[in-house]
Design a protein. Structure first.
Length: 436
């Protein structure tokens, strides 16, 4: 499918505008980076406490923030954590508190402060009783065995263990982890009126329940940050090696006997300029995306899911660049007397429809994810939206001009195709006939 019929756009003639735009974006990102001291790292990297809370009704986000601020947790973040695939999660809230001290003790204290603030503002009036919505089946079994509402006496142990598991199962599966009235459990087998009355006497019912609590120490966060950087660099290095070998046509092996180190480096650059240009463009994409995260410091944070998005963008941008460069390699054989800039212009125009279709549909998908994906996926989808746009633009605006500039500097000796063999000539004739 072609959106354009033989477009004739002088992309290389506009390369200075592309470079100027990239320099502006990189400068803005660098200023934001220095101003904020780097991007806004999540607790995955800087350490902190995360608690996921489920409320019985629509959670009052503003009131939760006020309660945490009153408890001294002024650096806390409260966001909705609903998941479309899980109807029970519509009232879930994620509370995150950054590292406020050193050691595991500070992190545990932050977790306790969150729970205390919630209990004070949203707990049941009879707060001296344990919360039924937070207890485990084993604790409930011990309570029922001691009270023995069914008068089982010596045979109480196993029977009450089964009953406790059934009650907790009904709480979690049938009522989404929140029981607002003990009479809701009366349909559980074995839960007669005596059992329900003992539950009412021994437990309270809070309007919230702690689903999950995670504590990430600063040491673990630093390790994750270092591993994320290494993963990105390893991906770039691996792609450089692959593209260098793929576009050299095996000629890299001919350099092994070169005696001059400087000449070896120049010839190696000649053979690998496509790969180097692609990797520089991808590195450019990552830097600009991180710059946008610094620019919108208080709205988006760097988490493990964002690192996954960056690695996805590395592959996406590289693939888009390779599509254009592969067409350049084909045209180098068919247009050997044409200037390299003209060959690259022709190649970009020939792949323009494919680029717009692929990038346009990808952008539409990630943009909808950004709009409707919810708070949990907001940073991930933001990285994808920015990355898809920048990754597509860098393929013709950054990578291609690098090849042209290097070729001009080398006097036209770089980025040229080897002399075609007889088999290559036959393949070229068939390709040219098919295109006509």
């Amino acid at each position: 499918m072609e959106l354009f019929h033989q477009p004739n756009i002088n992309w290389m003639g506009k390369s200075k505008y592309f470079v100027a735009l990239s320099l502006c974006l990189l400068t803005i990102g660098a200023i934001s980076w220095v101003r904020h001291g780097g991007p806004h790292y999540g607790i995955d990297f800087k350490g902190g406490t995360m608690v996921i809370v489920r409320f019985a009704s629509a959670p009052p986000i503003g009131r939760i923030r006020s309660a945490l601020n009153a408890a001294g947790l002024k650096n806390s973040e409260v966001t909705s954590s609903s998941d479309i695939s899980n109807p029970n999660s519509k009232n879930d809230v994620m509370i995150r508190v950054g590292q406020g001290g050193e050691g595991e003790g500070a992190l545990t204290a932050a977790k306790g402060a969150i729970l205390a603030a919630l209990q004070k503002n949203f707990g049941a009036p009879s707060s001296t009783k344990p919360d039924f919505n937070s207890i485990a089946a084993s604790d409930l079994a011990v309570f029922l065995t001691q009270r023995d509402p069914l008068a089982l006496q010596t045979a109480a142990g196993d029977r009450y263990t089964q009953l406790a598991q059934a009650l907790i199962g009904a709480r979690d599966k049938d009522h989404g982890g929140i029981v607002t009235n003990f009479d809701q459990l009366s349909n559980v087998p074995g839960a007669n009126a005596l059992v329900i009355n003992d539950l009412k006497a021994g437990y309270s019912l809070n309007t919230f329940s702690i689903l999950n609590a995670q504590v990430v120490g600063p040491t673990v966060g630093a390790q994750l940050r270092r591993q994320a950087i290494l993963a990105t660099l390893y991906a770039l290095a691996g792609m450089l090696i692959y593209v260098a070998i793929r576009f050299s046509g095996g000629d890299l092996l001919h350099l092994s006997g070169t005696s001059s180190g400087g000449f070896f480096l120049l010839r190696w650059m000649d053979y690998t300029i496509f790969g180097l240009a692609a990797v520089i463009a991808v590195f450019h994409d990552v830097l600009i995306t991180l710059g946008f995260f610094c620019l919108f410091y208080h709205q988006f944070e760097i988490s493990l899911t964002v690192i996954a998005a960056l690695l996805t963008l590395v592959g996406y941008s590289m693939n888009d660049t390779i599509v254009i460069f592969d067409r350049v390699r084909e045209n180098l054989r068919l247009m050997r007397r044409e200037p390299l800039a003209e060959i690259i212009n022709r190649s970009i125009n020939q792949t323009l429809s494919r680029t717009i279709l692929t990038s346009g549909l990808t952008f539409l998908t990630v943009f909808l994810l950004f709009v409707f994906g919810g708070q949990v996926l907001r940073s991930f989808s933001f990285a994808m939206v920015i990355g898809v746009v920048i990754g597509t633009y860098s393929s013709f605006g950054i990578a291609a001009p690098i090849v042209v500039v290097w070729n001009k500097w080398r006097g036209g000796r770089a980025a040229t195709a080897p002399a075609p063999s007889s088999a290559d000539k036959r393949a070229e004739k068939r390709l040219a006939a098919a295109r006509r």
